[in-house]
Design a protein around this ligand. Sequence first.
Ligand SMILES: CC(C)(COP(=O)(O)OP(=O)(O)OC[C@H]1O[C@@H](n2cnc3c(N)ncnc32)[C@H](O)[C@@H]1OP(=O)(O)O)[C@@H](O)C(=O)NCCC(=O)NCCS
Length: 172
Amino acid sequence: MSAKPVLHLGRYVARSWTPKDRKPLIEMVTNILASHGLQFQPDDGDQDALRVEEYYWGSGKGDLFVIEDVAKQEMVGCVGYYNSTAQRGERCADIRKMYLKPEARGKGIAQFMLTMIEEEIRRSGVKKVFIETSTTLDKACRLYERAGYTDASGENAMLDSRSDKLLTKTLN
Ligand SMILES: CC(C)(COP(=O)(O)OP(=O)(O)OC[C@H]1O[C@@H](n2cnc3c(N)ncnc32)[C@H](O)[C@@H]1OP(=O)(O)O)[C@@H](O)C(=O)NCCC(=O)NCCS
């Protein structure tokens, strides 16, 4: 876990998650999912948002970042990754919790978040990346496909119950 801000993009900053972010992050994710007709899953795909320290903190595990509107001092997004080697049976990481509030979309911030998290994964010594997503999240699917992610449903199909699509990319 790194405590320093890693991204400044105009009025937005990416910084590591802290425990005071737990409640607003869960609320934000719940609201964004609801706007897509999807549910927050405390016992399945969203356990990592409740138990951040367990999933993301500790040597070789990963990190979770919050995107903040500095002017408003308000959380507008999040993104993270964790090492998923044990779950998937190959040396890899999963990108997790890619969410932006509607007011922060369409500015290229998500593209920046994706590049940032890929760099974090690279720095952790991992090249193979997976993302579980849903075909109903069309903007996210477009973002990932533009960044070179391809369908891996036949390759390593472990999915939470909300996801119907597995994407993968091998980082340079
Ligand atoms: C997925 C999500 C984070 C993507 O955010 P986003 O702002 O739509 O994505 P980007 O930052 O890539 O912005 C893309 C759009 O902004 C436009 N844009 C404007 N300025 C830009 C800039 N400076 N740089 C890049 N793109 C820019 C792009 O042309 C693009 O338009 P398009 O989608 O019509 O092609 C967001 O839509 C979201 O939170 N969705 C709901 C949750 C979700 O699906 N999460 C994924 C779970 S797996």
